[in-house]
Design a protein around this ligand. Sequence first.
Ligand code: BV8
Ligand code: ZN
Length: 259
Amino acid sequence: MKNPTDPTILDAARDVLERASNILVFTGAGMSAESGVPTFRGAEGLWKAFKAEELATPEAFQRDPRLVWEWYDWRRQVVLGCRVHDGHRSVAAAQAARRVRVVTQNVDGLHARAANALDPEATAGRTLAMHGSLFRMMCTHCPYEREDLDPVDTSAAEGLPRCPDCDHLLRPGVVWFGETLEARVVETAFTWASQADVCVVVGTSAVVEPAASIPRLVLEKGRVVIEVNLAPTPLTSLATYAMQGRASGLLPRLLEPSG
Ligand code: BV8
Ligand code: ZN
């Protein structure tokens, strides 16, 4: 097992990336931690005494839509106050150079924000947010949905956002635990993984399915997986290169062209 703090790993991993023409960057909450977005399982936890698995479910919304909206609105406001970091920017530059595509588990939109800030045309279609977005609202009853960045009034259940078409409650446009992902999203994520020469896995505890199967698919094809994380995960022993460090520090060193 390679020692994740061995400095030669970075050079070896850089070398592989420089020769790769199709790179998939697969990210989780640790990619956004240094932007100030709380992770799911980190020490700071995601919110008060609740666990994501308890609030990010259809049952929780059914039981107490106001509480669930309060949690999501708090996350929306936190994310709107966050800034992308050098790791997002280095990934966006590699997307613009058409070397990288991104599949993210995050719903904070930070990859898209960095890509659009750099070059909307060159990066178009190169980011897949497989669990949806904090800034999308969708109807609980009909196909209505919209982008929405405004604060949500969560002071009373009666004031929660409702569908302009059918007057049913609107919900956050994210995939909850126990909900299936759209087939088209899963297909795209796994197609991109099957086409990748290298998959850089950043800031994920690699436990939630079907996302966690993405790096395993790359390994099954005999391709390279580079893990960037602060701590060991179930993927660490399987990865070709496992590097211990921060996303904002390691990604620029891995992806920025030398010379
Ligand atoms: C599905 C959107 C079919 C919402 C999310 C038993 C009962 C019921 C279901 C299941 C079950 N067993 C398995 C399942 C399936 C379940 C699942 O996998 N559960 C897990 C908990 C075992 N999956 C589902 O339900 C999926 N749907 O399977 O449908 C089905 C249907 C019915 C029943 C069964 C199956 C849907 C899953 C999608 C859930 N939605 N997010 C929202 O955000 O509000 S998941 C959410 O948590 C994230 O999106 C992400 O995917 C996931 C994991 O979090 P991570 O991103 O990995 O973050 P985490 O905090 O865990 O780790 C951070 C990492 O970063 C750490 O390793 C840390 O060391 C590192 N780090 C921190 N700082 C840094 C860093 N690294 C680098 N630099 C730093 N600075
Ligand atoms: Zn509706």
